[in-house]
Design a protein around this ligand. Structure first.
Ligand SMILES: [Zn+2]
Length: 288
């Protein structure tokens, strides 16, 4: 199991670097063609393209012109490596593990793209839904619960419906239609109970992050306070790009809670039982 986790991790790092290309070139240019520095246009050599390591060794700068290279590269590579590594560690047959990989890859692509652009490419959420349905069919067959397939199938549109309603009522202000398409795939991946759990978790995460991270960052009082306590530091914080976006993409929250709950389930752990035990027990009251 450890050897398989290691192989999957290395494979994930390589796929992660390919995902960066897909994310950055989506709608901009073809994915064919050599990689080049976005700043000086110098064609990158194999040694510049080693996942995670090249970026770390070069200190996040281009070898040829010295300009900064986005931290998105190593972050996506590391995320994919870790996610694939977890799949390699699950007690599932190799054929089912392999089916799980495109699903995680798509969730990572969707999160990063939505985070930067506030939109989810249709093709990616359709592919996510398709792979999810295929995976669930294989998984339910494996565990001998194919009788649950009807409920799982209905949970796709059932999860999308409330998001589509929010989109319709708010004319796209509160929620994009992309979130509805993503939720459809989550329904097909997790089935009704756990998809509902993932969506509720995403709303809780989104609310917590908004209140404790983004709200303070958007408030002038917070910056005045920061300037007061750290006279020299705060301006550099602002120049790092910590400015408030007018709206926060919801896709990453959906994708993260879906991926975490799904991986727990693949290890045979029930996230709802985890909630019932220990210090989180009170969260469970009245919800499930
Ligand atoms: Zn360069």
């Amino acid at each position: 199991m450890l050897a398989s986790a290691l192989v999957f991790t290395l494979f994930g790092a390589i796929i992660g670097s390919f995902l960066n290309v897909l994310i950055l070139r989506h709608g901009v240019k073809t994915i064919l063609g050599r990689s080049e520095c976005a700043s000086c246009g110098h064609e990158l050599q194999a040694i510049d393209l080693v996942p995670i390591l090249s970026w770390l060794i070069l200190g996040g700068r281009c070898r040829y012109c010295g300009s900064k290279i986005s931290a998105q590269y190593p972050i996506v590579e590391a995320l994919t490596a870790i996610a694939f590594g977890f799949v390699g560690a699950t007690p599932l047959p190799l054929s089912v593990q392999v089916l799980a990989l495109p699903i995680l890859a798509l969730l990572i692509m969707i999160s990063v793209y939505d985070f930067f652009h506030g939109i989810i490419p249709d093709a990616w959420s359709y592919a996510f839904a398709g792979f999810s349905l295929v995976f669930s069919l294989a998984y339910l067959t494996l565990i001998g619960q194919l009788s649950d397939f009807t409920a799982l199938f209905i949970s796709g549109p059932a999860c999308a419906l409330p998001f589509a309603a929010l989109w319709f009522v708010s004319r796209g202000q509160w929620m994009g239609l992309g979130d509805a398409k993503l939720a459809w795939g989550i329904g097909w991946l997790l089935g009704p109970l756990y998809a509902f759990t993932a969506i509720v978790t995403a709303f809780v995460l989104g609310a917590l992050i908004s209140v404790f991270v983004l709200l303070p960052l958007s408030s002038p009082k917070f910056w005045a306070f920061l300037r007061h306590v750290t006279p020299n530091r705060s301006s550099s914080l602002i120049s790092w790009g910590f400015t408030m976006k007018s709206e926060v993409a919801f896709g990453p929250f959906l994708a993260v809670s879906c991926a975490v709950i799904w991986l727990l389930l693949l290890f045979g752990l029930d996230p709802l039982n985890l909630l019932e035990a220990g210090p989180f027990a009170y969260l469970n009251v009245g919800l499930f």
